[in-house]
Every structure is written in C-alpha cells, then in structure tokens.
Design a protein around this ligand. Structure first.
Ligand code: HEC
Length: 183
C-alpha cells in the first residue's frame, strides 16, 4: 500500500510538471515573424550614389564663383589676413608681404620681402586657380611656407577674397573666360 501511494505521488508530480510546461508553451509560444517588426527603409544604393555625384557636379566652378563674387564681402574676409598683410598701394610689408597687385603677379616677387624657400622656389604667377588653391590650405599648396594661416575652407569666401585682392591693383586681371554654355 505504501509503495502504491509513493508511485501515485510521483505520477501526479510528473503530470503536474508536464502540464505546466505545456501550459507555458501555450501561453508564450510565438510564431516567427515573417518580416521585421521595424522595417528600415534603405534607399537604393546606386540611386543615392548618383545623387551625391550630381551634387558634386553641380558645385559651381571657381570661374562661376568669381563671376558673382562680392568684393565688399572679400574686404571683410581680408580682416583675417590684415594682421600680416597690407593690401594698399605702397603699403608696408608686415609679417607677410604687401599684397597690392598680387593677382597675376609673380609668386614670391615682392621686392624687399624675405620669402621662405618654399615660396621663393615656386615658378609662375598667382593665377586665380593658384591663389584659390593656396588660400584653401597654404601648407598643402606650398609645403614649408612660413605663412602661418590654416586656410579658408569655403569656396565662396575664397572667391570673394580673391575678387577683393583683384580690385587692389593698378590693372585688375581679367576674370576667367566664361565657361562654354551647357548644351
Ligand atoms: C600669420 C600671418 C599671416 C596671415 C594671417 C596671412 N598671411 Fe599670407 N603670408 C604670410 C607670410 C609670412 C607669407 C610669406 C610666405 C613664405 O615666404 O613662405 C605670406 C604670403 C602670402 C602670399 C604670397 C605672396 C607673394 O608675394 O607670393 C599671398 C598671396 C598671401 N600670403 C595671401 C594671404 C591672404 C589672402 C591671407 C588671408 C586669408 C593671408 N595671406 C593670411 C603671412 C600671413
């Protein structure tokens, strides 16, 4: 009799355990989702790349920027330069050379200023393109230059500044020829 009671007790215990696990299965069972609950929209990668390329292509060229550049804005930008440069006719050299007539002038050509060899060894003139590249990051354009100036990142700012420098001249250099009209 005792043995029967024990066996019955064990049996009940087993049934209870099985019952509970089935019950929790019923309560918590989930079908796998067919789709992520949060769908992240990813634009077609090639379309996105194309859009970027189009924007890059649409950036105005230096010629286009100069055509609409505002020299009076450039005068304001020149305040960043004025600690080291004068720009008036006959102005004194300071830390940097006087910049009157600089657009179109020979590089490192101002009499009475002692240039670094980085600049003195450069050939050619300060064309619009050259000046734009130099002012963007002097140390990239002329490694070793003693012009301690980080550069101007914004193309519009550089164009305005160059337009201002251009006006401070006996005979302002002609602006770059208009671009061929788009077909
Ligand atoms: C901290 C002083 C300093 C500042 C600020 C500075 N420059 Fe200069 N700049 C110099 C020095 C020094 C040189 C000569 C560099 C050399 O010999 O390597 C120079 C050279 C130049 C030259 C070449 C001149 C030539 O005869 O070939 C140009 C152009 C020029 N600077 C324009 C600018 C403009 C524009 C700015 C303002 C955005 C500016 N600089 C800001 C110190 C400065």
């Amino acid at each position: 009799m005792e043995l029967n009671k024990i066996l019955a007790g064990v049996l009940v215990a087993v049934l209870v355990v099985i019952g509970i696990s089935n019950l929790s299965d019923v309560l918590y069972h989930q079908e796998p989702l067919e789709q992520n609950a949060y769908v992240v929209e990813v634009e077609d990668a090639t379309a996105a790349a194309g859009a970027v390329a189009a924007v890059v292509e649409d950036l105005p060229s230096l010629g286009e920027l100069l055509a609409v550049a505002d020299a009076s804005k450039g005068a304001k930008v020149f305040k960043k330069c004025a600690a080291c440069h004068s720009v008036d006719n006959g102005g004194a050299h300071k830390t940097g050379p006087n910049l009157y007539n600089i657009v179109g002038a020979a590089k490192a050509g101002k009499a009475g200023f002692s240039y670094s060899s980085a600049l003195a060894d450069m050939d050619g003139e300060w064309s619009y393109e050259n000046l734009d590249a130099f002012l963007k990051k002097p140390k990239d354009y002329a490694p070793g230059t003693k012009m301690a100036f980080a550069g101007l990142k914004k193309p519009e700012q550089r164009a305005a500044l160059i337009a201002y420098l251009r006006e401070n001249s006996d005979v302002p250099l002609a602006l770059p020829a208009a671009l061929p009209a788009a077909e």
